[in-house]
Design a protein around this ligand. Structure first.
Ligand SMILES: NC(=O)c1ccc[n+]([C@@H]2O[C@H](COP(=O)([O-])OP(=O)(O)OC[C@H]3O[C@@H](n4cnc5c(N)ncnc54)[C@H](OP(=O)(O)O)[C@@H]3O)[C@@H](O)[C@H]2O)c1
Length: 288
């Protein structure tokens, strides 16, 4: 089955002010016809717009400073798209945030924000833009999930659960949309060097990083994701090590993963390390 044609498309990218979202904008410039860039930090979006237009003067770039955790601002974004008659045929639901540490000590506002951005905004924007794509028999939705969504992660409980939702939701609508002309792909990166880790880290906590071998560059993540939607791939896991690791995780029964987690916790409490995909005690080992 053929994939989505990126060239000349009109893409909306959430979380375009940093990291993976900004890189999507950079790699789509020169191919897309227009871009709508959404995030809270408007000045960053302005800088990015100037950079993109310098590289590709024919590109139309719209920017919208929007807090996607707020229903009123999200609704305003949708109203603006309708008012300006901006047809989005490629929705990249990328905005997201994490929170590292034990759930019992998590800031309730932070939990709320994560649920609102990672789940509610992604679902609402998809619901808003999908009917027109179906009507035009053409479109694509790329939902940025995470390899963290493949398994429960102690110390990253809410974030991993939000990403499990994203992956499940995306797979389900992909099945619903079969034959409509609308493609859906899920991007599940492992660790990527962006601002994500700093944002996810709680105040006063020492930042922890996983082994460099599992990190994939932001350029590679986005290149693979674009190739994935062009190839109509259901799931994109950038990087050989992460592909292999996630294959193992997905084939391993939950009872074994629980056991590994328990062993990991015991060893970690005794001061040694154990390479496990499930985290102990709220400590991260490079799995986002
Ligand atoms: N980096 C990783 O290791 C990694 C791994 C797997 C999956 N991911 C996923 O990849 C996506 C992008 O993350 P990243 O690594 O690029 O992180 P990042 O550098 O922290 O960028 C996050 C983006 O989300 C936007 N955002 C956060 N809260 C928002 C809100 N309330 N309203 C609007 N925009 C908001 C931020 O913009 P403003 O702050 O300007 O609003 C920023 O542009 C996320 O969904 C993340 O879960 C990341």
């Amino acid at each position: 089955m053929s994939g989505f044609k990126i060239d000349g498309c009109s893409a909306l990218i959430t979380g375009a002010s940093a990291g993976i979202g900004r890189e999507f904008a950079r790699q789509l410039a020169g191919r897309a016809g227009s871009l709508v860039l959404v995030a809270r930090r408007g000045e960053r979006l302005e800088q990015l717009r100037d950079e993109l237009i310098k590289r590709d003067p024919n590109l139309h770039v719209h920017i919208r400073a929007t807090d996607l955790s707020r229903d009123d601002q999200r609704d305003e974004l949708c109203d603006w798209l309708a008012r300006e008659k901006i047809h989005v045929d490629f929705l990249i639901n990328n905005a997201g945030l994490g929170d590292l540490g034990p759930f019992a000590a998590a800031d309730p506002d932070r939990i709320d924000q994560m649920l609102r951005v990672n789940i509610i905004a992604l679902t609402a924007l998809t619901r808003e833009l999908l009917p027109a794509m179906i009507g035009r028999k053409q479109g694509a939705i790329l939902n940025v999930s995470s390899s963290a969504g493949f398994l429960p992660i102690a110390g990253f409980a809410v974030y991993a659960a939000t990403k499990a939702y994203v992956t499940s939701f995306s797979e389900a609508i992909r099945a619903e949309l079969y034959g409509t002309g609308v493609k859906v792909s899920t991007l599940c990166p492992g660790p990527v060097h962006t601002e994500f880790g700093d944002v996810a880290n709680r105040p006063g906590r020492q930042p922890e990083r996983g082994p460099e071998v599992v990190y994939v560059s932001v350029e590679r993540v986005v290149r693979d994701a674009i190739a994935g939607i062009e190839g109509n791939r259901a799931l994109v896991i950038p990087g050989f090590m992460m592909k292999l690791g996630m294959l193992f995780v997905r084939l391993t029964p939950m009872s074994i993963l629980r056991l590994a987690s328990r062993i990991s916790e015991t060893i970690s409490r005794s001061g040694k390390t154990f390479p496990s995909v499930i985290q102990d005690n709220g400590r991260e080992k490079g799995h986002r």
